[in-house]
Design a protein around this ligand. Structure first.
Ligand SMILES: Cc1cc2nc3c(=O)[nH]c(=O)nc-3n(C[C@H](O)[C@H](O)[C@H](O)COP(=O)(O)OP(=O)(O)OC[C@H]3O[C@@H](n4cnc5c(N)ncnc54)[C@H](O)[C@@H]3O)c2cc1C
Length: 428
């Protein structure tokens, strides 16, 4: 007999783990398949926005997370040229309790949330690689095949969610059409340790100069530094070697001192080919895509993790009821998945269009060797008092996450099948 669950999530990134947590709290039987054996990932979207912290707070998770996980708090997004510092956004007015971004590495956030989800019954299978969609006679998706420990297995479910990231195999096998919007830049990342006496940078800084842009992100015990390059020119960067990059670091981050020498081999650079991908649909009967699987966005704006969490929250709210019904009605599940796309898509489309514009302008300036400083209208706006706070609140609106449905916050009512219990629940 094939194994059966309520909802199978393929992929344990921020989208999959947050959705798994929320559905499990509502009492849905959830199985999460993650192909990797651990969550030890580097150089990912780690900047958790104020609106997402508020969301985690409503689930009773923000305070324990900030207390238990090393992180950096960034309350401003700053772009500095060699001569000026522009505060492009100030987040101090964007949340009452959490007026800052928390830079928490996914490598610590994901296992932490998984542990907090197990008491609600979330079944997480590591080293479990999705291989195929299972369909019934009508073509409806009714489960998945996966391999784990050298064995092939089948898991049937009322709903399959593809949260398997930018190269989503679920998306591919569902014949969803994915269109690349042709990103114009790529990023090469390095990380260096933090030391006492390092300057109090915001944690979310962009530094530009003639022919370069550096992202300098504060993280728990280190600095994550990204060199922006024109898309497809990594071979040229490799051929030039590390010295030009070290030169830029010596000029713009002299406080790193001898840590610049840690970049001594071009292979120390981790290339992130930036992609902006739009899909023709996020769902079909029995199937939903969320996060990067549904829409790859670029790191411009630092929203990869935030949008994946917002998709997950929207999906959990709409699916918790249909998936906990005594008899699950496929039509209700499908109506809910279609609603997730209807509600989330316009904001994602706007963000992707904005990213394409910003990246094209940056790439033009990089290629011409000029300073890719903020465009003139933006430089003028930053001179207006209150602009940075306005822009921080505007960003918060784009990142808004819907409040968790009562079923998720309070679980099933006693007498249903026993209310779920476990840590992370908020007093009702
Ligand atoms: C190398 C890299 C660097 C990034 N840097 C930044 C950044 O600096 N700023 C930013 O905002 N965003 C960045 N992003 C994007 C950001 O990390 C993502 O937008 C965010 O993590 C999306 O979350 P997700 O849950 O949708 O997918 P992901 O976080 O990509 O998670 C997908 C998960 O699915 C698993 N998986 C894949 N295939 C299978 C399968 N067949 N079976 C089972 N599991 C599978 C993967 O192992 C992974 O754990 C980066 C992404 C990458 C890949």
């Amino acid at each position: 007999m094939d194994e059966r669950t309520g909802c199978v999530l393929v992929g344990g990134g921020p989208g999959g783990v947050v959705l798994g947590h929320m559905l499990a709290r509502a009492g849905v039987r959830v199985t999460l398949l993650e192909s990797r054996g651990d969550f030890d990932r580097r150089f990912r979207g780690d900047s958790i926005a104020p609106a997402v912290l508020d969301h985690l707070d409503r689930l009773g998770l923000a305070d324990p997370m900030l207390a238990e996980l090393p992180h950096v708090r960034a309350d401003r997004f700053v772009w500095s040229t060699p001569t000026r510092r522009y505060v492009l956004a100030d987040y101090r007015g964007s949340s009452e309790r959490f007026p800052f971004y928390a830079l928490v590495p996914q490598a610590s956030f994901l296992p932490w949330l998984v542990e907090r989800s197990r008491p609600f019954g979330l079944d997480v299978r590591m080293g479990a690689r999705f291989t195929a969609l299972v369909r019934d006679d009508t073509g409806r998706v009714v489960g998945v095949d996966y391999s784990a420990g050298g064995e092939r297995r089948r898991l049937l479910a009322d709903l399959v969610v593809g949260s398997d990231g930018r190269n989503s195999k679920v998306r591919q096998l569902a014949d969803v059409v994915a269109t690349e919007l042709n990103s114009s830049i790529d990023i090469c990342w390095i990380s260096v340790p933090r030391r006492d006496g390092d300057p109090a940078l915001s944690g979310l800084e962009l530094m530009s100069g003639a022919g370069y842009t550096l992202a300098v992100l504060g993280q728990g015990s280190g600095w994550q530094i990204g060199f922006t390059i024109v898309a497809g020119t990594f071979d040229r960067v490799r051929a030039a070697g590390v010295e030009p990059l070290r030169e830029i670091l010596r000029e713009r981050t002299p406080w790193l001192g001898d840590r610049v020498d840690l970049l001594d081999d071009v292979n120390d650079l981790t290339l992130l080919p930036i992609r902006i991908t739009r899909t023709d649909r996020w769902s079909e009967p029995g199937l939903l895509l969320i996060g990067d699987a549904a829409h790859v966005i670029s790191p411009v704006g630092g929203n990869g993790i935030n949008f994946a969490v917002a998709d997950a929250a929207e999906a959990a709210n709409r699916l918790a009821g249909p998936l906990t019904a005594e008899r699950v009605a496929p039509a209700e599940v499908d109506a809910a998945t279609a609603e997730v796309e209807r509600v989330r898509r316009p904001m994602i489309d706007r963000e992707q269009a904005f990213q394409v514009r910003v990246e094209r302008a940056t790439a033009r300036r990089l290629a011409s060797g000029s300073d890719p400083k903020p465009p003139l209208p933006l430089r003028l706006l930053t001179a207006i008092p209150g602009f940075a706070r306005f822009s921080g609140r505007r960003a918060a609106r784009a990142q808004a996450v819907p409040a968790p449905a009562p079923l998720i916050l309070h679980g099933r009512t006693p007498g249903d099948r026993g209310a779920p219990s476990g840590p992370g629940g908020r007093a009702t």
